[in-house]
Design a protein around this ligand. Structure first.
Ligand code: P1T
Length: 382
């Protein structure tokens, strides 16, 4: 039987095969870690393929090729962190341009615009993107990027990607989606009309809390060229070891995401019934305001759950009381994590329009047995 073309293969198969042919010399089934900063050239100005590793590396290229296929983009580019990817993307803009941000964007993204790029003349506005009319009204003539995050971090709000991309395009702006929480297994923004996908690869794509890395994916050839130029010209590139680990993470993304979703569903159902819990934020719950949009644009509802309790002190006490859920920033690894966003991951938005409730607890539901996780939470809640 003839092998079907690679782009006709299904997600799980592409995650393991695209960009990952057995290595030529010995047939190693894993793409080697090309730990080199430079490449010997057979003649002056005629490198074999790569001249210097800031510009290109085979391990990095394998990861980029696989990720582009999973997101349905023409090209993916890898960076030293999610924020390095974001900063490089924002360097495609010019002084005087503006970026429209959702009101629950990751705190680091907000900090990059508000406390770094504002001084370089890049403006930003903030709006509740779950309301398309509010988004339409907030776009200014200078708005060049509409920056979506969905589900949002940490409130798990759901933004309608198709509707927002249409509004952005009608106003002459590009639509960027931070797909870190959903991953391409659950949601493919480029297919829904977005122009660029941003990832903190540190999270689900890597999947094992052992690397820091970022990526951009686009289906716009011209933008891809510019981003590839900036990847080399700015130089915020990841090392080959991290690219290898990220590629290994991609291979199991589908099975991990299925298990993350199953665990989060069980945890959210438990929390929704608990008397100490004031409110649960999980798009899989029918009462979540974004449930219908999430059901339409995502294959499942993801592994992140957040919830509010009665007081700030109680939130801190609970987060310090779990045993299986480690108290830590970050998310998307095999181990479950718990944190209080206001003083931890989102401390950089304190006092801004993006401030999150201090009574909010965020969970990254890992791959432990859901019953063990629920017992741990039940103990901590008391
Ligand atoms: O940490 P880094 O790889 O630079 O990625 C930044 C980033 C971008 N986008 C989203 C949605 C994110 O959640 C993050 C990083 N977030 C955390 C570290 C956190 O605990 O929320």
């Amino acid at each position: 039987m003839a092998t079907p073309p690679r782009d006709a293969l299904r997600f799980e198969t592409r995650a393991i095969h695209v960009g990952q042919e057995p290595e030529e010399l010995y047939g190693a089934v894993n793409v080697p870690i090309y730990q080199t900063s430079t490449y010997a050239q057979p003649a002056v100005g005629r490198p074999k393929r790569y001249d210097y590793a800031r510009g290109g590396n085979p391990t990095r290229e394998a990861f980029q090729t696989a990720l582009a296929s999973l997101e349905g983009g023409v090209r993916a580019l890898a960076f030293g962190s999610g924020l390095a990817a974001e900063a490089t993307l924002l360097l495609t803009l010019s002084p005087g341009d503006r970026v429209l941000l959702p009101d629950d964007v990751y705190g680091g993204t907000y900090r990059l615009l508000a406390r770094v790029l504002a001084a370089w003349g890049l403006g930003h506005d903030v709006v509740d993107m779950t309301d398309p009319d509010a988004l339409r009204a907030a776009i200014r003539p200078e708005t060049r990027l509409v920056w979506i995050e969905t589900p949002t971090n940490p409130l798990l709000k759901i933004v309608d990607i198709g509707a927002c991309a249409e509004i952005a395009h009608a106003a002459g702006a590009r639509c960027v989606v931070d797909n870190t929480f959903a991953t391409p297994y659950l949601q493919r923004p480029l297919e829904l009309g977005a122009d660029v996908v941003v990832h903190s690869v540190t999270k689900y794509l890597g999947g094992h809390s052992d690397l820091v890395m970022g990526a951009l994916v686009t289906n716009d050839e011209e933008l891809a060229e510019r981003l590839a130029f900036l990847q080399n010209a700015v130089g915020a590139v990841p090392g080959p070891m991290d690219c290898y680990l990220a590629l290994r993470g991609l291979k199991t993304l589908a099975v991990r995401m299925r298990a993350h979703c199953e665990g989060a569903r069980a945890v959210a159902a438990f929390l929704a019934e608990h008397p100490r819990v004031v409110r649960v934020h999980y798009p899989g719950l029918p009462q979540h305001p974004g449930h219908a949009v999430a059901a339409r644009q995502m294959a499942d509802f993801g592994g992140m759950v957040s919830f509010e309790v009665g007081s700030e002190a109680e939130a801190v006490r609970i987060a310090e009381s779990t045993e299986l859920f480690f108290l830590a920033e970050s998310l998307g690894g095999v181990e479950s994590l718990i944190e209080v966003p206001a003083p931890m991951t989102h401390a950089s938005v304190a006092g801004s329009p993006l401030a999150v409730p201090p009574t909010l607890i965020r969970l990254s539901v890992g791959l432990e047995h859901p019953e063990d996780l629920i017992a741990d939470l039940a103990r901590a809640l008391g």
